[in-house]
Design a protein around this ligand. Structure first.
Ligand SMILES: Nc1ncnc2c1ncn2[C@@H]1O[C@H](COP(=O)(O)OP(=O)(O)OP(=O)(O)O)[C@@H](O)[C@H]1O
Length: 247
């Protein structure tokens, strides 16, 4: 479903590549986790794949569409859940979702019913007509998720969708992502929650300093790493214990 070939990104003025000659294939129907310490290049990679930023060099295709020549078509195929909320605080949840739908030309009664259904599934039916600025972080994340899937994308990119939310919201988000995946959506997500990734992902890639240092099923990575019992053990063995602060 996704084929990445020799993809690199060096930001303007930066000394180092944030993503460096990266090759990766993600199959249709996977839940693929991009894991790595702060500054590893996860957001940069997802931002290139979702056409938010331009690669410095390299190629990728999504559903056999080359990113250089099919930007418009790709926008219909993919959904993006960014780290930051992309919601209007003074609009209600329903109004926000109507607005996001309009960007994909979605309107009419069946679309309104779809929004209601999604709000219901994500536990927000009673808050449909409340302004976003009154919502908790977990509620905003759930609305953000709905906004990205209204056009029923084949591939969904999520940048830390469960960061900073309560356990209840996290569980609802993960369950919904699993349901979408069962219906055929390929999911690529970044996370710092290694326990979550261990059970949620079909495969993961551990990224450090812009390169993939390991990839495979969580079980295979644990099995192949001496003395590792969890994905966190593998992660620390491959990326070390040093802090990765950057500014
Ligand atoms: N807009 C930018 N301009 C310059 N450098 C950037 C920019 N965005 C990111 N970087 C740099 O690129 C590198 C990778 O950052 P990126 O945000 O992709 O990492 P990440 O793995 O998503 O980190 P985190 O887990 O903290 O979100 C870092 O060194 C960062 O400082």
């Amino acid at each position: 479903m996704i084929k990445i070939n020799n993809l690199s990104k060096k930001y303007k003025g930066a000394e180092m590549f944030s993503v460096s000659s990266l090759d990766l294939e993600v199959e249709e129907g996977e839940i693929f986790g991009l894991l790595g310490p702060n500054g590893a290049g996860k957001t940069t990679l997802i931002s290139m794949l979702s056409s938010l930023i331009q690669p410095t060099s390299g190629d990728f295709t999504i559903d056999s569409l080359d990113f250089k020549n099919n930007k418009r078509k790709l926008q219909q195929h993919i959904g993006i859940v960014p780290q930051e909320y992309a919601l209007y605080p003074d609009l209600t949840a329903f109004e926000n979702l109507m607005y996001f739908g309009s960007m994909y030309n979605l309107k009419g009664e069946s679309f309104k019913n779809d929004i209601k259904k999604q709000l219901e599934i994500l536990g927000l039916a009673n808050f449909s007509n409340k302004k976003i600025k009154t919502f908790s972080g977990g509620m905003k994340r759930r609305v953000n998720l709905i906004a990205s899937i209204l056009h029923k994308p084949k591939v969904l990119f999520l940048d830390e969708p469960t960061v900073g939310v309560d356990v209840q919201s996290k569980n609802v988000i993960i369950a919904h992502l699993q349901a979408l995946n069962k219906q055929g959506t390929t999911i690529i997500y970044t996370s710092h929650h290694l326990n979550e990734a261990e059970t949620f992902c079909t495969r993961v890639a551990i990224i450090d300093k812009g390169i993939i240092v390991a990839k495979g099923t969580p079980e295979a990575l644990i099995k192949n790493q001496p003395e590792a019992n969890t994905l966190e053990d593998v992660f620390l063995a491959l990326t070390g214990n040093a802090l990765r602060d950057y500014a």
